[in-house]
Ligand binder design. Structure first.
Ligand code: SF4
Length: 452
C-alpha cells in the first residue's frame, strides 16, 4: 500500500512538472534551499495541504520536459508551481548541465532565474554569461541583516553578486520582501538604494503574507503596508530604478506608468512615471495590463500619453514582442473579462456569480463595471479562511472557503444560474490544495459551474 501511494504521488508530481512546463513555461528543478527565510511560505502550510518537495530533477528527464516549453517565451526557473515548493536553483548539483540542456534545446529563449544569490560567484556568473540571454531575479531582501532574515551564512556573497551581475553583462532585477519591523526602515531604504546603485532594471517590493499558523515575529502592524507604500513612493523620487509594491493597492484601472527602465525604448521615447497611456495605435487602453500587452505586442507603437498638463503622441521604437521598458502594476487583462462574458453568454446565464479572492475582487468589479455587459454579473470576494492570517489570494483558496462564501451569498440573494470559480485554486485535475474537486459545488448547490 505504501509503495502504491509513493508511486501515485511521484507520478502526480511528475505530471505537475510537465503541466507547469507546458502551461506556464515554468521549469521546477528542485525544492531544496540553502537558506531558511523567516518569511518562507513553504513552512507555513496548515496540515492537510498538498505541497511537495521536489528532489533535484534528473537531467535525463529534462530532454523530454524541454520539448513542452514555448520557444517564444522566457523559461522560468526558481518560481513555485501550484503545489511544488520552490527552492534555490543553484543548489541543484548539476545546475550547469541543466541550463546547458535548456540552452541547446532552445537557443534563443531568455532563461529567467529567481535566486537568493548566495551561490552566485564569479565562476557561476561567467557561465551564465556564456549561455546568454539570461535574466536574474535576485531576492536580496536586506543589505545588512540578511543573515538574521534569511539564515544565510553567505550573505556577503549575495550582496557582492548584486554588484557583479552588471559586470558580466547579465540583465537583472532586484527584489525585497519588506520586513521593516525586523530590519528597520533604514535598512530597507539602504537595500533599495544599493540595488539601484548596482544597476537593477527594476526592484519589486513584496508585502509578506502569513498564514494562521505563523510563528515567531513575522506578523507586522496593520498599518505597515500603508507606511511601506508611502516610503516607496518617496524613494521612487530619489532612485532611477522603477519600484513596484506587490500586491498593489489599486483604486482604478487607469493605465498609469509605475516606472520606466533606464535607457529602454520607452525611456528613449520620453515616457515617465505617472504618465497615463490613453491609447495604443489608436485603440483605447482598458486597463494597465491591457495597455502593457498592446505595447509589448506591437512594433513601433504610437501611444497617446497624458501627463499633468497635456496629451501628446509618442512613438516607442521597438520590435514586435520586444520589451518596451514600461513598468506597470498588474491589474486585469481585458481578455479575462471577454472570456467571462463569453462563458456567461454561451451558458445563456442571466445571473452569474464570480468567486474571486479578496485581493482581486475589487479590480474585477471595476473591470466588469467598465465593460459593457447586458446581464447581471456579481463578484463575491472569498476570504481565505483555511489559510487565514494575512492571505487574500485565489491560489490559496480551498473548496471549503468557496462553499462557505456561496452559502453566505445564498442566505441573502436569489440563486444564480451560473457560478464561475477561479482556475488558479485548482490543479490540472480540478482538485484544490486539500484534494477536493470543484464539481462538489455543482452537487451541493445544483448550480452549473465553470472554472476560469
Ligand atoms: S530563498 Fe526562497 S525557497 Fe529558500 S527559504 Fe527563502 S523564500 Fe524559501
Amino acid at each position: 500500500m505504501g509503495d502504491l501511494l509513493n508511486n501515485f504521488l511521484s507520478n502526480y508530481v511528475e505530471r505537475l512538472i510537465y503541466w507547469a512546463a507546458g502551461h506556464s513555461n515554468i521549469l521546477p528543478i528542485t525544492s531544496q534551499c540553502n537558506v531558511r527565510c523567516v518569511f518562507c511560505s513553504n513552512m507555513q502550510n496548515p496540515p492537510g495541504v498538498e505541497a511537495f518537495n521536489l528532489k533535484p530533477l534528473k537531467t535525463e528527464q529534462l530532454s523530454d520536459i524541454v520539448t513542452l516549453l514555448d520557444p517564444q517565451k522566457p523559461v522560468i526557473i526558481g518560481e513555485s508551481v501550484t503545489r511544488i515548493n520552490e527552492g534555490e536553483p543553484f543548489t541543484h548539483p548539476k545546475i550547469k548541465e541543466v541550463l546547458s540542456i535548456i540552452r541547446k534545446a532552445l537557443p534563443h529563449n531568455t532563461i529567467q532565474i529567481t535566486t537568493n544569490g548566495s551561490l552566485l560567484d564569479a565562476e557561476q556568473l561567467a557561465f551564465l554569461q556564456s549561455i546568454a540571454p539570461v535574466t536574474i531575479y535576485l531576492s536580496l531582501n536586506s543589505v545588512n541583516l540578511r543573515h538574521q532574515l534569511m539564515g544565510d551564512a553567505r550573505s556577503e556573497k549575495a550582496v557582492a553578486a548584486a554588484a557583479l551581475l552588471g559586470k558580466y553583462g547579465l540583465t537583472w532585477h532586484g527584489s525585497v520582501v519588506a520586513m521593516p519591523h525586523l530590519t528597520g526602515w533604514a535598512d530597507f531604504k539602504e537595500t533599495i538604494t544599493y540595488l539601484d546603485n548596482c544597476g537593477a532594471q527594476t526592484i519589486r517590493i513584496f508585502i509578506p503574507g502569513y498564514t494562521r499558523l505563523v510563528q515567531g515575529n513575522l506578523c507586522y502592524r496593520e498599518n505597515m503596508p500603508q507606511q511601506l507604500r508611502q516610503t516607496v513612493s518617496e524613494l521612487a523620487q530619489q532612485v532611477r530604478t522603477p519600484l513596484t509594491v506587490e500586491p498593489p493597492l489599486l483604486t482604478n484601472l487607469q493605465p498609469e506608468v509605475a516606472g520606466v527602465i533606464l535607457n529602454s525604448p520607452a525611456y528613449m521615447a520620453g515616457i515617465k512615471r505617472g504618465h497615463i497611456i490613453q491609447t495604443v495605435n489608436g485603440k483605447e487602453a482598458f486597463s494597465r495590463a491591457h495597455a502593457f500587452y498592446m505595447v509589448k505586442k506591437a512594433a513601433n507603437p504610437i501611444l497617446l500619453i497624458q501627463n499633468t498638463t497635456k496629451a501628446s503622441k509618442v512613438v516607442i521604437n521597438k520590435a514586435a514582442g520586444e520589451s518596451s521598458g514600461l513598468v506597470m502594476e498588474y491589474d486585469i487583462d481585458l481578455s479575462l473579462i471577454e472570456d467571462i462574458v463569453q462563458i456567461a453568454s454561451r451558458r445563456s446565464a442571466k445571473n452569474t456569480v464570480l468567486l474571486a479572492s479578496e485581493m482581486a475582487a475589487n479590480v474585477l468589479t471595476m473591470a466588469l463595471n467598465k465593460y459593457d455587459i447586458d446581464h447581471s454579473l456579481t463578484v463575491i470576494p472569498v476570504p481565505n479562511l483555511f489559510f487565514g492570517g494575512s492571505i487574500k489570494t485565489a491560489g490559496l483558496l480551498v473548496l471549503r472557503d468557496i462553499i462557505n462564501a456561496i452559502r453566505n451569498y445564498l442566505d441573502q440573494h436569489p440563486c444564480p444560474d451560473l457560478v464561475i470559480l477561479p482556475q488558479i485554486a485548482f490543479d490540472p485535475n480540478g482538485r484544490d490544495l486539500l484534494g477536493s474537486h470543484w464539481s462538489e459545488v455543482e452537487s451541493i448547490f445544483s448550480i452549473p459551474v465553470e472554472v476560469l
